[in-house]
Each structure stands twice: as structure tokens, then as C-alpha cells.
Design a protein around this ligand. Structure first.
Ligand SMILES: [Zn+2]
Length: 193
């Protein structure tokens, strides 16, 4: 059987996206495997069952004195928008290792002592495929920015007072949610006697 790929896949923004991508069973080639709750792919023909899992990602609020270090995205999705340093956790990698690696790749900075802050779910569309992610947010300090240099998928970096950041300029809903929590935390800390 020859399967002709569609010349273009126009995906709806909603959760039906995966059903339009997985049109055949990857094991037996049967048509239209069922998508249960947008979580699993099930083929009635051969019994194939595959779960789609949320990908773990980590991002850091890096403070330098009273300012936050933010990246400007150099690639799609959301090219040109602000983003927190971080990225997807690799297989067999600890979240803290992921953060150290991503911050090294993106900013040429060595940062440690991450403190867990909050988590939020996110929808991340890459190359036309919708992915679900679980984003973990940490806080840390960078005392010395000597040698900082944007790299990997980062076009530039900015230092800004947290309260001066326009949240609508942040690339992802999860980052905007975590940033909102951070501003609440900073306000509470300031008002504490
Ligand atoms: Zn099958």
C-alpha cells in the first residue's frame, strides 16, 4: 500500500489536531485509528495502543540584582517575543541539569542553585504538530554576567525590572501565568514587615 502524504496539512487550532495527523495506524497501516480523549491512539484493527504524554520543560527566572534576565526568541514558534531561558527536558536528564544546559547553550552563563517556584501547562505547536507540555519554573541568581552571549535559538537578551515587563510580550501562556505569580510574590515580599 502506498500512502500519499497530503501536500499541506491545515490544522485546526483546537484539540482535533492530532486526529488529522495520525490518519493511519503506525503498526498495521489501518485507516483512522481512534484518538481517545486526545490522549491515546488506539487501532481496532490490530490492538495498537499509544499514549501521548506531556513533555516536561523547565524555565528560569534569573535575577541579576533586582533585574530579570529574559531572552528574545530567535526561532519560531513566537520568534521575536520574550521568553524565559530554558527548554525541554531530555530523556534521562534531571530538570536541574536541563536548566544548567539550556542556560549555558542560550546565554553562555553558568547558573546553579535553582529554587522551584511554580508549574503551568502549555500548548506548544512545532512544525505544525500540537504538543502538550508541563512547564516547571524555577528561580535563581546570576551574580556575574561576564561572558554572557546569546546562542542557540536566542536572538538577544534583555535585563528588566520585573514590574516593567509587558506580559503580553511573553511568548507562552504558561510563562505569562508564572510571571503573574512571580509579580504577586514580589509584591507580597515587599509588603512584608
Ligand atoms: Zn493497527
Amino acid at each position: 500500500m502506498t500512502i500519499q502524504p497530503p501536500t499541506s496539512i491545515a490544522l485546526p487550532a483546537g484539540p482535533s489536531g492530532l486526529a488529522d495527523i495520525f490518519r493511519y495506524c503506525p503498526r498495521c497501516g489501518g485507516e483512522r485509528p481512534r484518538l481517545d480523549n486526545n490522549r491515546s491512539l488506539r487501532c481496532d484493527g490490530c490492538g495498537f495502543l499509544f499514549f501521548f504524554n506531556s513533555a516536561a520543560a523547565a524555565a528560569a527566572f534569573i535575577f541579576h540584582r533586582d533585574q530579570l534576565l529574559l531572552c528574545v526568541r530567535g526561532r519560531e514558534p513566537a520568534k521575536g517575543m520574550l521568553d524565559l531561558p530554558g527548554g525541554f527536558v531530555e530523556f534521562d536528564e534531571a530538570v536541574e541539569e536541563c536548566l544548567r544546559r539550556e542556560i549555558r547553550e542560550e546565554l553562555n552563563l553558568e547558573v546553579a542553585d535553582f529554587r522551584y517556584f511554580a508549574s503551568a501547562s502549555n500548548d506548544y505547536r512545532y512544525a505544525g504538530v500540537p504538543y502538550k507540555t508541563t512547564d516547571l519554573f524555577f528561580m535563581c541568581e546570576a551574580a556575574d554576567l561576564t561572558g554572557i552571549r546569546p546562542g542557540d535559538d536566542v536572538a538577544d537578551y534583555v535585563l528588566a525590572a520585573p514590574g516593567a515587563v509587558d506580559l503580553s510580550a511573553l511568548a507562552f501562556a504558561s510563562s505569562r501565568a508564572a510571571f503573574g505569580l512571580l509579580l504577586e510574590r514580589l509584591t507580597r515580599d515587599r509588603e512584608r514587615p
